[in-house]
Design a protein around this ligand. Structure first.
Ligand code: B12
Length: 429
């Protein structure tokens, strides 16, 4: 049986040039490990679907890329008539909106439900709706146009049972992606990840260090981009990782890069990060207003922690970067002035990763708010959620979905965006 997994993307060439996302890579290696006579390929090129004519197509899509996923799904259904399974963030947030071109949607973590579907297809030769209800983690079309949901799938625990993902890395590439934990311990209002993954589940230190060695041997990896929501969530694991890397003579062999939450950036943690091989640290700054920061991220967050993180990084010789969001619900001009003062105070030390407009993404509290305000709908043009902030000319605030119009006008917000951009250079890379 030939299975093709396709990732719907905004910047096709970018994904080609770099590495395909790990989600479809994990699905491919898991299914190949646990089934017989199944070959799973991964691609970001829609032409491959028609060239390869697989027995089963899996499409992965986040909301911003859903227009392309839908277009491909409809074309494939019409021209090839093969079964199509949709997975990823978009369908996980809106399972009741499964389009008829997709036979089944997989909600949340995909490995187990996808394997069950492949086995079901091998056994039956087709997807049989009456039997799908046995498989947890799905949505599918019932009778009379309804969309049915099966029981919630149990999360894989421990996640060390997962094989390494299939990676399509071009020869010579050295900056390899690794996803060493699923989920996050926090619940920021703009982020879709914590609802998607539910509980935080890390790989053990042993698994992580073994994967590093594997990547070193297989790809001669020297630079690791850790894609975790919060690599530093578990301090004991971090300590174990450093100890194990030290024992295996791996400390300093890789250059690491990842996110921290500034409240977790203690001296001890940053020293361990440096020992591992981190040369820079990124955090979500979001705003320089303590009141608003707590409102967005929760009581654990504070601007004082941001400052401590910046000061410690400077002292320890680590590069420090942060991104900021403007236009969050409840933000006042006073809050924006506080962000400005914070940036000014840290100019020259803190590198800016980006200034973004707060976007309501399905699966987040801000999406629910935007629905209440009538700013979005479940059958909207999904490309409206995607704004290319780096192209200053095409970032049109007038047309953007804006959650805070009642507090700060678009004209005033534009003024702040322009001031921030003029005074604080973006760091790109
Ligand atoms: C790393 C990352 C990126 C990297 C990807 C680099 C790479 N080549 O790997 C880059 C920077 C390119 C990127 C870009 C974007 N990203 Co991004 N990204 C992430 C991040 C941090 C990790 C993704 C990852 O590797 N996950 C690990 C794998 C294991 O998880 P997964 O992909 O979700 O797959 C699992 C399940 O979802 C499911 N599944 C997924 N697909 C399928 C398909 C089938 C058939 C099945 C059965 C199951 C299934 O099974 C998988 C295994 O369990 C996530 C947040 C997160 N923690 O997940 C955000 C995240 C996915 N990104 C997001 C966004 C918005 C984007 C962009 C639109 C941003 C932009 N404006 O450019 C683009 C679009 C990406 C694209 N497809 O073109 C949002 C999506 C929100 C939403 N609800 O739509 C997230 C959730 C961030 C957030 N906090 O809100 N991203």
């Amino acid at each position: 049986m030939n299975v093709l997994l396709f990732i719907s993307s905004l910047k096709e060439e970018e994904l080609h040039n770099r590495q395909l996302p790990l989600g479809i890579g994990y699905l491919a290696s898991y299914v190949e490990k646990h089934s017989n006579n199944v070959k799973v390929r991964i691609t970001a090129d829609p032409k491959e679907v028609f060239r390869q004519r697989p027995d089963l197509l899996g499409i992965s899509s986040v909301s911003q890329c859903f227009n392309a996923a839908l277009e491909l799904g409809r074309q494939v259904k019409r021209k090839l008539g093969i079964p199509i399974i949709l997975g990823g963030y978009h369908i996980t947030s809106l399972p009741h909106r499964l389009d008829p071109c997709f036979d089944v949607g997989v909600i949340g973590e995909g490995e187990r439900p996808f394997l069950s579907l492949v086995r079901h297809l091998q056994a039956n030769g087709a997807l049989v709706p009456e039997e799908l209800k046995q498989i947890p983690g799905l949505c599918y079309h019932g009778k009379n146009g309804s969309v049915e949901r099966t029981a919630t799938a149990k999360p894989i625990t421990p996640i060390d049972e997962l094989p390494y993902p299939k990676r399509n890395i071009s020869p010579g590439a050295r900056n390899i992606f690794v996803f060493s934990s699923r989920g996050c311990i926090y619940r920021c209002k703009f982020c879709a990840s914590s609802r998607h993954w539910r509980a935080f589940r890390p790989h053990s230190a042993r698994y992580f260090v073994r994967e590093l060695k594997y990547l070193q041997e297989k790809y001669r990896a020297s630079s690791i981009h850790l894609l975790d929501d919060l690599f530093f969530a578990d301090r004991k694991r971090l300590r174990d990782i450093v100890t194990m890397m030290y024992r295996e003579n791996l400390c300093g062999r890789f250059r690491f890069d990842s996110f921290i939450s500034s409240n977790l950036a203690s001296r001890e943690t940053l020293l361990m990060a440096r020992q591992m091989g981190f040369t820079s640290i990124k955090f979500g700054g979001e705003t320089g207003s303590d009141r608003l920061l707590k409102e967005i991220k929760g009581p654990h967050a504070s601007v004082a922690h941001h400052q401590r993180c910046i000061d410690l990084c400077r002292e320890l010789g680590l590069d420090v970067r942060a991104s900021f969001i403007l236009g969050s619900p409840g933000e006042t001009e006073e809050d924006l002035d506080l962000t400005y003062s914070f940036l000014k105070k840290n100019k020259g030390v803190l590198k800016i990763h980006g200034f973004y407009l707060t976007m309501p993404i399905p699966g987040t509290p801000y999406w629910d708010l935007a629905m209440q305000k009538g700013l979005v709908s479940e059958d909207m043009d999904w490309s409206r959620l995607n704004i290319d902030y780096l192209k200053k000319d095409s970032f049109d605030l007038e047309k953007a979905i804006y959650l805070n119009e009642d507090k700060v006008s678009r004209a005033t917000l534009r003024h702040y965006f322009e001031t921030f951009r003029k005074e604080f250079e973006f760091f790109q890379g």
